[in-house]
Design a protein around this ligand. Sequence first.
Ligand SMILES: CC(C)(COP(=O)(O)OP(=O)(O)OC[C@H]1O[C@@H](n2cnc3c(N)ncnc32)[C@H](O)[C@@H]1OP(=O)(O)O)[C@@H](O)C(=O)NCCC(=O)NCCS
Length: 154
Amino acid sequence: MDIIATRAAIRDMRDIHGLLLTAGSDGKLLPRPLSDLYAHARDFHILRGGDGALIGCCALALIWEDLGEIRSLYVRADQRRKGYGGILAEACIREAVDMGLGRLFTLTYETVFFSRLGFLEVSKDSLPQKIWADCIHCPKYPDCDETAMLRLLE
Ligand SMILES: CC(C)(COP(=O)(O)OP(=O)(O)OC[C@H]1O[C@@H](n2cnc3c(N)ncnc32)[C@H](O)[C@@H]1OP(=O)(O)O)[C@@H](O)C(=O)NCCC(=O)NCCS
C-alpha cells in the first residue's frame, strides 16, 4: 500500500506534539507548545503507518503575500531514508502552489534534502524581517546556525 500524506486533523495534534518533543531533544527542531499547534493545526500534513503510528509531519506557514515557509518537518528516526520526508515536503509545496505563493523558504540543517527538492541556499538577510518573530523564542537566538533555503514556485 502506498503511503500518502494527509491533512492533519485536530485529533492529530497531541501525536505531533510528542513527535516534535523528540525532535527537540535531537536539537534539530524547536518543540512547539500544544496551544501553538492547535492554532496552526491547518498548516500540517502528516503520514501514518499501517499500524496507525505517526511517521512524520510537515507544516506550511503562510508568511506574506507571496511567501510561505516549510516548518516542523520531521520523520521518525527509525523511518528515515524511505522517501517519507520528500512526500511530506512535496505535500506542502503543492499546497503552496495551490495557494498561489511565489516563494517558499525554510531554515534548516538538512541542505542536501532540500536541494534535492529544488531549494537553493540564500542569505538570511534576503528574507523579510517578519520571519524572525518566531526566532526570538529559539534558544539559539540570535546566533542562528541554520541555513536559509528558498525555492521559487511556478
Ligand atoms: C530531513 C528529514 C525530514 C528527511 O526525512 P527522510 O524521510 O529521511 O527523507 P527522504 O527519505 O525523503 O530523503 C530524500 C533524499 O534526501 C536526501 N537526504 C535525506 N536525509 C539526508 C541526510 N541526513 N543526509 C544527506 N542526504 C539526505 C537523500 O538524497 C535522500 O534520498 P536517498 O535516500 O535516495 O539518498 C529527516 O532526516 C528528519 O526528520 N530530520 C530531523 C529534523 C529536521 O532536520 N527537519 C528539517 C528541518 S526544516
